[in-house]
Design a protein around this ligand. Structure first.
Ligand code: GUN
Ligand code: FE
Length: 444
């Protein structure tokens, strides 16, 4: 049974290097939120929602890496390296989420804040606290955001502060198991629990082992950080004699649809290991500037068959919206390709074949992210869930603010402008699973 139709022009990226434009089409969505048809509109058809002239329908954005408790410090504290940043700013803030009421205040700002920026799916790290974590999952259900929500597991006496850690490995594994069950027990088709060992330096062997067993027993997805920077990468080499990728695979944590953040220092062999198990990388171009000590080589990773999507890494990256992160991904790939040290000759300054364009970046933010997670979203195609956004542009000769489109602009340029320039004010509609997200006005 068809319950809902949207009429407008669709802009999407079915593959990493193709922009598809479907002018004046009608999308029909069935009563399960699944796209039933996408067809050219006949002149007379009246849809439930008709997008105004200059407003376009795009697939919803999939943010693979968000630290929910870090929302209040977004935009601050990025003056020190990762290890200092964690102990000085981040762990003290995350410890406050022992207070569920405090957590609820933050979640009630964060979840609609990301929806308003077009993030229809978010993959969240919560804190170590079960009540705050369940409250985050409940907020996603309430506001209508697709989400994976993970209680953070961390018990290592050296990699964590005394005031913010699991008492021991068994306690940590049990809390993660209970949290997973409670989130999945909400019975929402939108929200799932995800097993979340913070990163190897924060976890004992016993905790990593126990969480790997939990993943095998439950089939739940796993997320962690992986080869993020020199300090973290070397720590793992010193402790295990192998890279993060190999260690996480041995513990059963790098597995099909695991979401591994950063990957700045992945070797070709690491990429092969991760591709073989089906894990993916959450590329966080902005936080990699602050913490990464390298630019994640998106093109090289994709060429080796590795799944890749995009993440904001709130608050390690000082940007909440995934469209701006697309622009950062393009920018950083250009820096990698061209190099930065002007004392070197141009030919020897960068890494050739590294650059990506706006089309590839947007694909990473949609279809790429969906492939990392193994979810039927990120594409405006029959059989996929209807997770979508509408973005308004305006004629450039009309004074005002917004994404200005001139009569000079062809479709690739209109699309580029939307990705590079659209702000939350230009995102006029957000649907998840065929339903307008709560509190977000829908154009039409
Ligand atoms: N590694 C361990 N914890 C974190 C975190 O909160 N942010 C980032 N960027 N890296 C981490
Ligand atoms: Fe992170």
């Amino acid at each position: 049974m068809v319950t809902f139709t949207v009429r407008g022009t669709l802009l999407s990226t079915p593959t990493p290097d193709r922009l598809q434009v479907r002018e004046d089409h009608v999308v029909t969505i069935d009563d399960h939120g699944v796209i039933a048809t996408v067809e050219p509109a006949s002149v007379s058809v009246v849809a439930d929602v008709t997008l105004p002239e200059g407003t376009y329908l795009l697939p919803g954005l999939i943010d693979l890496h968000v630290h929910a408790p870090q929302w209040p410090q977004l935009g601050t504290g990025l003056d020190v390296p990762l290890d200092e940043w964690l102990f000085q700013y981040t762990f003290p803030l995350e410890a406050r989420y022992r207070d569920r009421a405090f957590a609820e205040r933050i979640w009630a700002s964060l979840v609609p804040g990301l929806l308003a920026r077009g993030t229809t799916t978010a993959v969240y790290y919560s804190s170590i606290h079960e009540p705050a974590t369940l409250a985050l999952a409940e907020a996603c259900v309430r506001f209508g955001q697709r989400a994976f929500v993970g209680r953070v597991a961390m018990d290592h006496p050296e990699g964590t502060p005394e005031f913010y850690r699991d008492a021991d490995a068994i306690t940590g594994v049990e809390a993660s198991a209970r949290s997973l069950e409670a989130i999945n027990g909400l019975g929402s088709p939108l929200v799932r629990g995800i097993i979340t060992p913070r990163f190897i330096p924060a976890c004992t062997d016993a905790l990593l082992e126990g969480l790997g067993e939990l993943a095998t027993a439950t089939g739940a997805l796993v997320q962690s950080h992986c080869s993020e920077n020199d300090w973290e990468h070397q720590y793992v080499l010193d402790r295990f004699g192998v890279s993060d990728s190999v260690a996480l695979a041995r513990f059963g944590l790098a597995r099909d649809h695991s979401v591994l953040a950063h990957g700045c220092l992945l070797s070709d062999d690491d990429m092969t290991v991760l591709a073989r198990v089906g894990a993916g990388v959450a590329h966080c171009p902005l936080s990699n500037v602050y913490f990464g000590n390298a630019v994640f080589p998106v093109r090289r990773a994709m060429a080796r068959g590795l799944r890749v999507g995009l993440g904001t890494d709130i608050a390690g990256g000082a940007e909440a919206g995934l469209l701006p992160v697309c622009a950062h991904a393009v920018n950083m790939s250009r820096v990698l390709e061209d190099g930065v040290d002007q004392r070197l000759s141009p030919a020897g300054r960068g890494v050739s074949s590294s650059a990506i364009d706006v089309t590839t970046a947007f694909w990473l933010a949609t279809g790429g992210g969906a492939d990392v997670l193994g979810i039927p979203a990120g594409r405006l195609e029959v059989g996929e869930r209807f997770d979508a956004i509408s973005v308004a542009t305006r004629p450039a000769d009309r004074p005002g603010i917004g994404v200005s489109v001139w009569d000079l602009d062809d479709w690739p340029r209109v699309f580029e402008k939307i990705v590079r320039l659209a702000t939350p004010a230009d995102i006029t509609g957000v649907w998840v699973d065929g339903v307008p997200a709560a509190g977000i006005s829908v154009a039409g």
